[in-house]
Write a protein that binds this ligand. Structure first.
Ligand code: ADP
Ligand code: MG
Length: 302
């Protein structure tokens, strides 16, 4: 494209909250054959909340929540916030002070990427996370617990397990609703001849349930940040030009690896930095706006 055409297109984009970082991004967006979406915070609202709890041992719901929230209070992960918020609400319901659990002192706190968190509270060792985390610490998972997890996952919920001193005592089922425009954007892309793919660190069952809901046929789940970038390189090796849409710190290697990285404006600074295009309105419909703009700009020249 000519410098003038690029200027006109970037100006038009900017007026719609689509920030295109230069002509290169515009030309790449024109050739996109597949769009890879991150799940959490990109296809979904990114504000998960606890919709169900379950106790598996002789512990009260309040105790289980206090331990879990004290551990998760050290983390910024959306799932952590959901658990802390739930514990706060429970305290309110019992007429207790809002955040008593924060007086539970944590020690040796650790984040296990794509799995959960571990810490010590007093003399107790506490784990909060998925089955992968439990396997990592050699914690047995009883049949009853397996069943609770798979039931939750069938409903597109993420299940977070809580283990105290090596025994799973309870679980949270957490739901993060789809963005209202997500399904429409996927079907629009299909009409434009662009394949939609989902990648996520979340488990396969939840990922498949969400994908079904949104109309995405190709899914890669249980993938770490480096894995997301590797998936993109795999597709590129097959000759496919790919766009990546993401919001999190975890997505930045993939945003950088993609032919076109699109960051959700409400996402992390790291993602915005790594992207070629920033969607300031945080509306997925602007993925279409960006590709449309590049097609119109480049087709005019041809
Ligand atoms: P995504 O790619 O969907 O944004 P992440 O890679 O952040 O997901 O996390 C993947 C999975 O790891 C989560 O679905 C959850 O099961 C587990 N997990 C990660 N962080 C935490 C946490 N702080 N507490 C509990 N579980 C966690
Ligand atoms: Mg995300």
């Amino acid at each position: 494209a000519t410098p003038t055409a690029v200027m006109v297109a970037t100006g038009k984009g900017a007026s719609q909250g689509v920030l295109i970082k230069g002509g290169h991004a515009l030309e790449k967006a024109h050739k996109v054959k597949a769009t890879i979406f991150d799940k959490t915070g990109t296809l979904t609202v990114g504000k998960p909340s606890v919709v169900q709890t379950k106790i598996f041992s002789k512990i009260t719901l309040l105790e289980m929540c206090d331990f879990a929230a004290a551990a998760e209070a050290n983390s910024e992960h959306p799932l952590s916030r959901a658990i802390v918020d739930y514990a706060k609400a429970l305290h309110q319901q019992y007429g207790l002070s809002n955040n008593d659990f924060s007086t539970l002192e944590t020690k040796d706190f650790e984040v296990h990427t794509g799995a959960g968190v571990s810490t010590k509270i007093g003399t107790r060792s506490v784990l909060v996370g998925n089955k992968k985390l439990m396997h990592l610490f050699h914690i047995p998972i009883q049949h009853e617990i397996e069943e609770f997890v798979s039931d939750a996952e069938q409903l597109a919920r993420t299940c977070v397990l809580v283990a105290i001193d090596g025994k799973i005592c309870g679980a949270f089922a957490i739901s993060d609703p789809l963005k209202p425009e997500a399904g429409l954007v996927v079907s629009f892309l299909k009409e434009m001849g662009i394949l939609s793919i989902m990648v996520t660190g979340d488990n396969w069952a939840t990922a498949r349930a969400i994908a079904r809901e949104v109309g995405i046929e190709m899914v890669f789940a249980e993938i770490d940040p480096a894995g997301k970038a590797a998936k993109i390189k795999e597709l590129q090796k097959k000759g496919m030009s790919v766009a990546m849409v993401g919001d999190g710190i975890n997505d930045s290697p993939a945003l950088a690896a993609a032919d076109v990285g699109l960051a959700i404006g409400a996402g992390t600074d790291v993602a915005i930095e790594a992207a070629d295009i920033v969607l300031m309105r945080s509306n997925l419909g602007d993925v279409i706006t960006a590709i449309d703009l590049s097609r119109k700009t480049l087709d005019r020249i041809r």
